[in-house]
Design a protein around this ligand. Sequence first.
Ligand code: SIN
Ligand code: MN
Length: 261
Amino acid sequence: MYLTDDQRDAYARDGFVILPNLVSPEEVARIKHDLVRACDLRDSRVVREKGSDAVRMIYGMNETDGPTGSQTVADLSCSSRLLQSAKDLLGEEAYLFHTKCNLKEAITGEIWQWHQDFGVWHHDGLERPDMVTVLLMLDNATELGGCMYFVPGSHKDGDIAGTQDGETTSVALVALGKPEMTELIRKHGEPVPVTGGPGTVALFHPYLVHGSGHNMSIHSRWHLYFVYNAVSNVMTVPKENARPSFKASPKAVPLQVRDAA
Ligand code: SIN
Ligand code: MN
């Protein structure tokens, strides 16, 4: 076990738990260095904002043999801090379904509409929401800078029907609109801002309703996400429908915890 009983209870109750200062300033600096290099690539792993050259997302940072790979990200994904925490919440062995970095740049970084994550992963062929996302803050996450907001307890509502939105930003998603969010917030209470300094981690459930606003600040808001899947939660979709493996890895091989000496 890496997480305490209280932390596991908080995750079960709220759908998330926040661990400040989990990752060192040196690790954060190395990851940011690798990301700066990846931003220059013209590759499908690098997604830009709508109508601009600003980078919105980078996939595949855990794949050290790929163009956006980072050894520090790969090492961190096997650390007890991240992997054992994920396994504690899943109750079994886990592998990385994907990693992505959302670089919400100063002034230009755009919103993420309210949504749940599991819908698209279910579409990828995963049966159950036996997954956990580890959000790592690489910059200060502030309300002005477009930090994430969670609706505590919303993971207990399971799959909530939304509307496909391919227009608002460069990344299409199934967004939850005014009627769904009004009902949800009346039921669960106001969303909470997920703020913190670089190195802070938030673990959250794939059904947790979340979103974030435009970055109105003059500081970037870079977040890195590690999505772990339980090894028994196998993909069952025919190969011809599969997304690229950097978005939906079919390699359900348990990761071994490995901490730097
Ligand atoms: C996401 O939900 O995938 C991204 C949200 C964010 O980075 O603010
Ligand atoms: Mn999401």
